[in-house]
Design a protein around this ligand. Structure first.
Ligand SMILES: NC(=O)c1ccc[n+]([C@@H]2O[C@H](COP(=O)([O-])OP(=O)(O)OC[C@H]3O[C@@H](n4cnc5c(N)ncnc54)[C@H](O)[C@@H]3O)[C@@H](O)[C@H]2O)c1
Ligand SMILES: [Zn+2]
Length: 364
């Protein structure tokens, strides 16, 4: 359900775990006041990374101090390398030493890495305590902060250790995207295009129309795009919290995207891999007669306007690429299953694509 600034995530399986996502420029400054009313007397542990701490962490701590609330900040190094066991254990140690209790609150302030790490700590410490997401990257605002998937990487692969643990609230402030590096911003835009292409033709049209102001990070335009994209993800999560069916529609572009990331040894950014993956998977859809050419051209045009990649990166030519494809989490019996666009704003799941066709499309 969506109101002006608020999206209510109503979880079918467990209404008592339902929560709000607030998307509003400036909401970051309101968080201490909001929590003052709800969390009186309880300890707050703010987890953030080394880039976000000086930008927004210190200010948020001052906000809590002004409200007379007891909040402490813990910083992890910025970057994917922090999604590992050693970081989790170090946070367990610090939180336990600081007196964390079952009624304490964790706040994840940062991009998807902080959200996944702090969320996983919240899911597991003392058998699980409550946490709030304050996503500060575009990717985190439209994607990773919504849905309750939390976790870390393992040397055998990304995101292999984790849990489903829903936050009690998400506060997304589009004005913090002003400090986000350009590459990170476009990384998030790729997910916005993906979700619009998969589920919402009218959002896709609006992105086409507003592409220039989006790239200029105009806060008002961004707030609407973030709210709509996060709202789409929320509506999928509402009916499929544990990813058994509908949530698979979020995997457009990700079957090939994940394989591209893996063969690049994760030097390729996720969003860039997803953009290229969406293009390649859509070429497959065109070849299979599932998607028409005009819609494919619209997709390419929008990605180009947003300065996202439309051609496969060099790593797609590597032999390892095909083995990476079949170990994708969405594969069944060792064969990858694709989620393919069949129009702008709609997709079909569970498509078995012949390996020959994948080779043909990559070779082009
Ligand atoms: N849980 C899920 O459902 C889900 C979904 C998608 C992705 N993810 C995970 O999310 C992670 C990627 O998230 P990400 O792209 O946000 O990466 P990230 O957390 O590494 O953030 C990207 C970079 O931007 C910096 N940053 C964040 N906000 C900033 C701001 N406002 N100003 C300046 N710098 C800022 C960070 O410090 C970092 O250097 C991956 O680990 C991925 O697996 C999880
Ligand atoms: Zn993704």
């Amino acid at each position: 359900m969506v109101s002006d600034h608020k999206i209510r995530v109503r979880l079918e399986a467990a209404p008592d775990r339902s929560y709000d996502i607030i998307v509003k420029p400036g909401v970051l400054n309101d968080v201490p006041g909001f929590l003052k009313a709800q969390w009186k007397g309880k300890n707050i542990y703010l987890i953030t990374d080394s880039h976000v701490a000086p930008l927004y962490g210190a200010g948020l701590l001052r906000g809590f101090a002004r409200e007379g609330m007891n909040a402490r900040l813990f910083e992890i190094p910025a970057g994917e390398a922090s999604k590992r066991e050693a970081i989790i254990h170090s946070l367990y140690g610090k939180l336990l030493a600081a007196g964390v209790r079952r009624d304490s609150l964790i706040i994840a302030l940062g991009g998807g890495v902080v959200g996944d790490v702090a969320g996983f700590v919240a899911a597991t410490i003392l058998r699980g305590i409550r946490y709030i997401q304050i996503p500060t990257s575009l990717l985190a605002q439209v994607d990773s902060s919504v849905g309750g998937k939390v976790g870390i990487d393992h040397r055998s692969g990304k995101n292999l250790i984790g849990a489903f643990h829903q936050p009690v609230a998400v506060y997304a402030d589009p004005s913090v995207l002003g400090t986000l590096p350009d590459i990170e911003f476009r990384n998030g835009l790729a997910e916005v295009v993906k979700i619009a292409a998969a589920l919402d033709a009218s959002l896709f049209e609006r992105i086409e129309r507003d592409a220039v102001t989006i790239l200029q990070k105009s806060p008002g335009v961004l707030a609407r795009v973030v709210k709509d994209a996060a709202g789409l993800k929320a509506s999928v999560v509402e009916s499929d919290e544990f990813e058994t069916g509908l949530r698979k529609s979020l995997n457009v572009g990700h079957t090939i995207g994940h394989a591209l990331e893996a063969v690049s040894d994760y030097t390729l950014k996720h969003g860039m891999a997803v953009a290229a993956g969406t293009v390649l998977e859509s070429m497959i859809a065109v070849e299979m007669g599932i998607l028409d050419r005009a819609n494919f051209d619209r997709l390419i045009h929008l990605l180009q306007t947003l300065r996202l990649p439309v051609a496969p990166p060099k790593v797609a030519k590597k032999k390892k690429f095909f083995s990476a494809l079949s170990v994708d989490k969405k594969s069944e019996g060792g064969r990858p299953r694709f989620v393919l666009l069949n129009a702008i704003g709609s997709c079909v799941v569970g498509i078995d694509v012949p390996a020959e066709l994948i080779r043909k499309v990559i070779a082009r």
